[in-house]
Design a protein around this ligand. Structure first.
Ligand code: HEM
Length: 337
C-alpha cells in the first residue's frame, strides 16, 4: 500500500497483488494483506546521525554525471536490479576481480560502475567507512528515477556490502528469452510477486538494449519461422536498425523512449514490446489483467513502481549486527583489513 505526500511516496511495504496471484479483482477490492515493511534492521533515518549530508552528496554527484551522459540514469537502474537479483542487494555486482559477477556474460552491457565509485569517493571524504556501496547504489537508483521523470520514494538504509562475488551466480539473471512461468518463479524466489514482475518490467519505458540481446527476436523470422507477437512494421524497423550486428542500440520503448510513463504497456497491446519477456506479459493470462489495469489507469504505474522498487531493494540484504557484511571503502574491492 502507498501513501502519497505531495510528490513523495511513503511506503509501508504492503503491495497490490501480494495476495492472490491468479485472479485479479477490480481496483476497489484489491487485497491488501499485511507484510513486513522492510528488513528489520533497515531504517529511513539510519544515516541521519552517521552521515547527515549523504543524500545531498549522492544527488549532486549524480546530477553532474547525468548532465554529461543522460543514458547513465537508465543504466544505474539496471545495475541495481542485477545487484539485487544476484545474492541480494549487497553490491556484489560492483566487485571487480577475476571470476566476479561483474565479469559474467550477463553483465557485459552493464554500465554506471564509475558513477558509483565516484560518489563513494566523495562520501568517504565526509563520512569515513560509514556508508555501504549497496546503499549508495540504491539511493542513486532512486535519484536517477526522479531525474528520468519517474516517482520519488524514501529509501530505507542500513545494508552492508558482500565480501564475495561469483561469476556463476550471475547466470540466473534473466536475459529476455524466459517464459512468464520462469520469470514468475524467479521473482517469487526473491520474495517478489506477479505485480512486481509486471510493474518492474515497465521500467523498460526508458533505456536501451543492445542488438545482441534481441537478435533471436528480430531475425528468427528470416529462418522461415514468423513471430506473430511482433508488429510487422516494427520488425522491419528493428531488422534495419540491427543489421550491422550486436553492438548497435535500440530504445526499449518504441514510442516514448525518454519519458518515464506507462506507454510501455500500450506498446505491448500493439505488439511493440521489444524484449520477448516484455511482450509475453501481454499474451499470458496471469499477467494480462495487470497489464490491462496499467493501460487503463496510467497513474497506477508511478505509484506501484515506487512500491516495487522498495521491495526490490529489500531482497536478501545484509543488515543487523549478526550479518557477515562490511562497509567497503572502495566499491570495486573488498577491504584489505
Ligand atoms: C523481468 C525481467 C527482466 C528481464 C528479462 C530484463 C532484460 C533486459 C535486457 C535483455 C536488457 C537489455 C540488455 C542489453 O543491452 O544487453 C535490459 C535493459 C534494461 N533493464 Fe531489464 N530486464 C528485466 C527486469 C528489469 C528490472 C527489474 C529493472 C530495474 C528495476 C530493469 C532495468 C533495465 C534498464 C533500465 C535497462 C536499460 C539499460 C540501459 O539503457 O543501459 N530490468 N533488461
Amino acid at each position: 500500500m502507498i501513501f502519497g505526500h505531495g510528490k513523495h511516496v511513503v511506503h509501508d511495504g504492503r503491495a497490490w497483488g501480494d495476495g492472490e496471484q491468479d485472479s485479479f479483482p477490480t481496483f476497489s477490492t484489491l487485497p491488501v494483506p499485511e507484510t513486513r515493511p522492510f528488513d528489520d534492521f533497515l531504517s529511513f533515518d539510519y544515516y541521519h546521525q552517521r552521515c547527515p549530508q549523504l543524500e545531498q552528496i549522492i544527488s549532486t554527484k549524480l546530477k553532474s554525471w547525468i548532465a554529461k551522459d543522460h543514458t547513465l540514469a537508465a543504466s544505474l537502474l539496471r545495475l541495481h536490479f542485477h545487484d539485487c537479483f544476484v545474492t541480494g542487494c549487497d553490491a556484489s555486482i560492483l566487485l571487480n576481480h577475476e571470476g566476479s559477477e561483474r565479469r559474467a556474460g550477463t553483465s557485459k552491457t552493464l554500465r554506471g560502475f564509475q558513477v558509483i565509485d565516484d560518489i563513494k569517493a566523495e562520501v568517504e571524504k565526509s563520512c569515513l567507512a560509514t556508508v555501504s556501496c549497496t546503499d549508495i547504489l540504491t539511493a542513486a537508483t532512486r535519484d536517477a528515477t526522479v531525474i528520468l521523470g519517474g516517482p520519488y520514494w524514501r529509501v530505507p538504509y542500513g545494508r552492508k556490502d558482500s565480501t564475495t562475488s561469483n561469476e556463476k551466480d550471475a547466470d540466473t539473471v534473466p536475459i529476455g528469452r524466459e517464459s512468464v512461468t520462469e520469470l514468475l518463479e524467479l521473482f517469487q524466489s526473491k520474495g517478489l510477486n506477479l505485480v512486481d514482475l509486471v510493474v518492474l518490467s515497465g521500467v523498460h519505458t526508458i533505456g536501451r538494449t543492445s542488438c545482441g540481446a534481441i537478435q533471436h527476436r528480430v531475425f528468427q523470422g528470416l529462418n522461415g519461422t514468423s513471430d506473430m507477437s511482433i508488429d510487422n512494421r516494427y520488425l522491419d524497423y528493428l531488422q534495419r536498425k540491427c543489421r550491422c550486428g550486436g553492438d548497435e542500440y535500440v530504445d526499449l520503448d518504441a514510442t516514448t523512449p525518454t519519458t518515464f510513463d506507462s506507454q510501455f504497456y500500450a506498446n505491448l497491446e500493439r505488439k511493440m514490446g521489444l524484449l520477448s519477456t516484455d511482450q509475453r506479459l501481454y499474451s499470458d493470462s496471469r499477467t494480462l489483467p495487470v497489464v490491462n489495469a496499467l493501460i487503463q489507469t496510467p497513474s497506477l504505474f508511478r505509484h506501484q513502481f515506487a512500491v516495487s522498487m522498495v521491495r526490490l531493494a529489500n531482497i536478501q540484504v545484509l543488515s543487523g549486527p549478526h550479518e557477515d557484511g562490511q562497509i567497503r571503502t572502495n566499491c570495486s574491492f573488498v577491504n584489505s583489513y
